[in-house]
Design a protein around this ligand. Structure first.
Ligand code: FES
Length: 70
């Protein structure tokens, strides 16, 4: 991730319900989290009012990108 991407990830929401930024989700995937549940354990996402519907989609995109699918 270059500097501009890193800065944007620090500003963008990862889990809107719980106020967790996108860069936290990226860090979790970079350190080996390989499922939504693993990212949720590391970051605390998924227990907000949407029940994880919104942040699950972001995590699944990050995991697919990590696997080279996107
Ligand atoms: S966006 Fe993460 S729980 Fe709603």
């Amino acid at each position: 991730m270059d500097l501009d991407q890193d800065m944007m990830a620090r500003l963008k929401p990862g889990c809107i319900c719980q106020g967790i930024r996108l860069h936290r989700l990226i860090e979790a995937v970079d350190t080996g989290a390989d499922s939504f549940e693993a990212v949720a354990r590391l970051t605390g996402i998924g227990n907000g009012s949407c029940g994880g519907r919104r942040c699950r989609k972001k995590v699944e995109e990050l995991l697919a990108r990590r696997r080279g699918e996107r």
